[in-house]
Ligand binder design. Sequence first.
Ligand code: SAM
Length: 292
Amino acid sequence: SVPEIGSPARTKAILSRYHLVAKKSLGQNFLSDLNILRNIVAAGDVTDHDDVIEIGPGIGALTEQIAKQARKVVAFEIDENLLPVLDETLMDYDNVKIINQDILKANLPEVIKDEFEPGHPVKLVANLPYYITTPILMGVLQSGVDFASIVVMMQSEVADRLVATPGQKAYGSLSVVMQYRANVAVAFEVPRTAFIPQPNVDSAIVRLTPRDPLPIKPYEDQALFKFVKGCFAHRRKTLWNNLQGIFGKQPEVRERIESVLKEVGISQQLRPERLTLINFIELTNAFHNEGL
Ligand code: SAM
């Protein structure tokens, strides 16, 4: 019988049969290691009770491994040249549906309503196109879909930023915003040698699950995100400096900034990278209440 899609021999055969040249502009690096592909699906705990959304099926290597475990897979692929390829490689799986659409333009709640039956957990498993990792994750987390788990491969360096904690070098606005939205953990690392063609970065599998309830909420999500971005605008400067960048330097404004910091109990001299998610939420609300 034919080897599975993600074996190096089969991947090479498919690429050559269809004269496919991986498009760098679309982040096309095909994962070609069956153990890793299976471990990605295992990290999502995918069972035959689950419906799965995939982003960027490529030639179908990960899709095949998901299809073997899941009830149904719906995969979004932007590159129409891959449609005939996927038609053939996934021919034996009647639980796969490919949608030829840019994931950033997809209406996920609607697709889920149309393609899946209610009552089944919906999970997301993907080897992401790296050039749009952040917009994809933000879009997915803001889509209103209640994903039971999200397991995604991305560049190691971005994974480090997602899981970084206060005081670490990689800690920044992306860490805070993602950790506000979800529990985030690195499942395992993937070397560049597992891909055809090889990218020039190493990768990591990140697992996002529904976030533990927070003791406080920001008055508005977007206000929190904007505030966090503003605080990290100049990482090497103090919080005090960054806050003046956000709200202004006028003596009257400075006085109000000072009184908010006092009220929340945070030192002016801290660097933004020392603040926790809870600190950021408290400050967002306190500045809002102060009318700043
Ligand atoms: N899943 C395959 C694998 O693991 O070998 C391919 C992963 S490859 C890193 C990323 C895939 O995402 C490519 O197939 C690419 O064409 C697709 N892609 C890129 N931008 C996209 C977008 N905006 N919407 C949907 N798919 C996209």
